[in-house]
Design a protein around this ligand. Structure first.
Ligand SMILES: Cc1ncc(COP(=O)(O)O)c(C=O)c1O
Length: 462
């Protein structure tokens, strides 16, 4: 088809003009004077900033590949990908040109079929697990999650949901009801939404006699919970395959196959919220592939359009007919620019063999973080899948008491040294683009380790 420009892109496009020896390249303090001026102009107007910005209010003017440049001319190594979004790096030429071409051709025609949408649907189904071939397109992770809940209710005729402590699914009414209530959503949890603990190998609730986390005990608890706390009208169990905001928490190897069987036995669907983990972030298209599990419904977002707001809800063929009972009509879902971005992003992952690159990076990150853990007593746990990383800082390895002050200091110190990344209290969250190579990954991890070492010194650890 001819709706897209298909430039031949060299996998090393982002290296062009980049002086590796001067990366990061900090020419002023960070945040510098221009950042402070610009941020100061907006801070009273744009309210409710994330802690990522509040802790380090720098202003960016450009992103290219694995780097970000601020308004003072400082160039940072990007270990955040926006917020787990630009998985293929900033401004990938193929994605940007595909969006630009669509923006000059046809921007919106509601949910009529377009050539680019047809091509996206075919490509998307080809990379999803066998049998997953129902799709609806949306414009944010939250709207995709809401649609998944509607679809599960339509398919099962039931209305209740189980979700997990510390998972995150978005900020609309039902999405917040799937998550921890905090002061930003004092309206309370919607009826029929229940939360249960999920297995976190570093902080287990249930362990076997050998001290290893006990997935069977979690499942047994879920059974008991369903019997005693719900009306038994459960439409679905909603879960992030790897907990993103909760701090890159990986499940035990046997958990997801067991959870799938539990859902089948209880007559509820398994909804995998892969908004954060999809499209190569963990070294596979879907994170659940790591545990040979296929969800009934899956939500996709963030890296799906590599920065362009496009998301999806996809379903197994046994469930997809329910989609006909929940209209796919939205103002922006599936518009030609969105479809072009998502299609080009998948093509880039294939053409540049980026799943293998993410797996290669995982092996490096794993070795490096294990050696950092051995060297730094403040590090309680390290976790990685592909380019989704977490480093948990604790006051004491025996008590595992979270060390929020250390997390804040490490975040700010590393940012000042030229690493753009994401804070989460005592858990350092790293999310570099999967196009990165080991040379830059090493530079980024060197900065993280330096910041940890300096913080340990300040706080009396070393
Ligand atoms: C797992 C998960 N689901 C849903 C969402 C909500 O996505 P959005 O911010 O695009 O609405 C997020 C956002 O961080 C997420 O991490």
């Amino acid at each position: 088809m001819d709706t897209l420009i298909k430039p031949q892109v060299d996998r090393n496009w982002w290296r062009q003009g980049l002086d590796f020896s001067r990366l990061p390249n900090m020419v002023t303090e960070s945040p510098g004077p221009e950042s402070r001026k610009l941020h100061g102009k907006t801070v009273d107007t744009f309210k409710g900033l994330s802690s990522q910005v509040r802790l380090h209010p720098v202003c960016f003017k450009q992103g290219f590949g694995v780097t970000l440049t601020d308004v003072d001319g400082n160039t940072y190594i990007d270990f955040s990908s926006g917020i787990y979004v630009t998985t293929l790096g900033h401004c990938h030429p193929k994605v940007s040109e595909a969006v630009a071409k669509a923006a000059h051709t046809l921007m919106n025609c509601h949910d009529f079929t377009t050539p680019v949408k047809a091509e996206l649907l075919e490509k998307l189904v080809s990379i999803l697990p066998d049998g997953v071939n129902g799709v609806q397109l949306y414009d944010s992770g939250t709207t995709a999650v809401e649609a998944a809940l509607r679809a599960a209710r339509a398919h099962t005729g039931k209305h209740e949901f189980l979700s997990c402590f510390m998972d995150f699914h978005g900020k609309s009414g039902h999405a917040v009801s799937l998550a921890k209530m905090n002061k930003t959503n004092g309206a309370g949890r919607a009826e029929g939404f229940y939360m249960v603990p999920r297995p976190n190998p570093y902080r287990p609730h249930f362990v076997k006699s050998d001290g290893m986390i006990d997935s069977d005990a979690y499942i047994a608890f879920y059974d008991e919970f369903v019997e005693n706390a719900t009306t038994g009208q459960l439409a679905a169990f909603v879960i992030e395959p790897i907990q993103g905001w909760g701090g890159s928490v990986m499940p035990p190897e046997d958990f997801f196959p067991k959870l799938k069987s539990f859902c089948q036995r209880r007559g509820m669907l398994l909804i995998a919220d892969e908004v954060l983990t999809c499209m190569g972030r963990t070294g596979s298209y879907l994170a659940l592939e790591h545990w040979d599990t296929v969800a009934d419904i899956t939500t996709l977002g963030k890296g799906f359009g590599n920065g362009f707001p496009v998301t999806a809800m996809v379903a197994h063929e046994t469930v997809k007919d329910a989609f006909d009972r929940i209209s796919a009509s939205t103002s922006y879902g599936g518009n030609p620019m969105a479809c072009a971005a998502a299609l080009a992003s998948i093509q880039v992952i294939e053409e540049e063999d980026l799943l293998s690159n993410a797996q290669m990076l995982e092996r490096y990150f794993e070795r490096r973080m294990e050696s950092m853990k051995a060297a730094h007593p403040m590090i309680g746990d390290v976790r990685v899948k592909g380019c989704l990383l977490g480093i948990e800082l604790v006051k004491d390895r025996d008590t595992k008491e979270p060390f929020d002050e250390a997390g804040k200091r490490v975040y700010q110190k590393a940012f000042r040294k030229g690493l753009a990344w994401i804070p989460a209290g005592h858990i350092l969250r790293l999310s570099p683009p999967i196009i990165m190579d080991q040379e830059i990954a090493v530079k980024g991890m060197d900065i993280v380790e330096e910041a940890i070492a300096e913080t340990e010194k300040e706080l009396g650890y070393a």
